[in-house]
Design a protein around this ligand. Structure first.
Ligand SMILES: C[S@@+](CC[C@H](N)C(=O)[O-])C[C@H]1O[C@@H](n2cnc3c(N)ncnc32)[C@H](O)[C@@H]1O
Length: 278
């Protein structure tokens, strides 16, 4: 099974999860997503059976909202008006951001099958426009029609641009992660301002029993390894600045305005959000 084959089903589960958490449009929920989200959630947070909120929901909410928060700050400050989301899956961020910011261009990307599915879902509900598109990009390819470079050739190079990865890097081994950071920083340098946002985790903060349980179940679900790339926030800064970024911070969710409270709760306290500028 290739890296990409094993990761793709998780997009159905998160696609429904974002809808369930009130962070997405109902069009992004599929019957497969409902089944997978329920099976996975109940395996790791049986309290949900009793209607409670589990740590995994809190973690996911903090991760999604934390990335939103830094993206919105950058758009509101006037630094960015174009966003490329890699491996966007069935996330509702593109829909939410284009609703909120009328001058924003948002390009969601994924592998061909997922991009086609997402395109059909959004198009069917009239949610796509010139400013909000779904395109094919293989994040692991350096050249050719499905590369990030080929997509960027078609965009406005005068606009400050963000690239987002969410829920992708944990599936990448360290060497693949480095290659992807270099690819992203290299492409962001084609714009006047370039921001990379991603979820991230610190090794010592994901060693608890519940984190290990989530990791074990998720690894079984995706039939492969999961990686925590950073030993500390300083290590994250060092890794990103060694791979083409001018500055980088790995924010704790509790330090961001939108996730201050979530970041103090079980699950949310493990979430970090990477902000790296070229
Ligand atoms: C865990 S899902 C995350 C989806 C979305 N970002 C979210 O948070 O809901 C992972 C996504 O990565 C996509 N993916 C896997 N390998 C990829 C690659 N090489 N290039 C682009 N996308 C990829 C899958 O198709 C899937 O949609």
């Amino acid at each position: 099974m290739s890296e990409t084959d094993r990761i793709s089903p998780t997009a159905f589960a998160t696609g429904h999860m974002w809808v369930r958490l009130g962070l997405s449009h109902p069009a992004m929920s599929t019957p497969r997503g409902v089944r997978l989200d329920r099976a996975f959630s109940l395996a790791i947070q049986p309290r949900r059976l009793l209607g409670g909120t589990g740590a995994f929901d809190t973690l996911m909410r903090a991760r999604h909202t934390g990335i939103d928060c830094l993206l919105e700050q950058a758009i509101e400050s006037g630094k960015l008006s174009q966003v490329i989301e890699l491996a966007a899956g069935l996330s509702g961020r593109g829909w939410r951001m284009t609703q909120k910011f009328p001058d924003l261009t948002y390009i969601e990307t994924d592998l061909p099958a997922m991009a086609e599915l997402k395109h059909g879902m959004l198009d069917g509900t009239g949610l796509l426009s010139d400013r909000h598109q779904v395109r094919v990009v293989d994040a692991l390819t350096d050249a050719g029609p499905e590369s990030l470079a080929a997509l960027i050739d078609t965009l406005d190079s005068s606009k400050g641009t963000a690239i987002i990865t969410e829920g992708l890097m944990s599936y990448m081994d360290p060497d693949t992660a480095v290659t992807l950071w270099q690819r992203i920083s290299g492409q962001l340098k084609r714009f006047p301002q370039g921001l990379y946002l991603s979820d991230g985790y610190v090794q010592s903060e994901v060693k608890s029993f519940s984190s290990t349980l989530i990791k074990t179940i998720l690894q079984r679900f995706v039939k492969g390894g999961l990686y925590t790339h950073y030993s500390s926030a300083e290590d994250a800064t060092q890794k990103l600045t060694s791979n083409g970024f001018a500055r980088a911070s790995l924010h704790a969710a509790r330090d961001l305005p939108a996730t201050r409270e979530l970041g103090t709760k079980p699950g949310g306290s493990r979430v970090r959000v990477l902000e790296a500028w070229v």
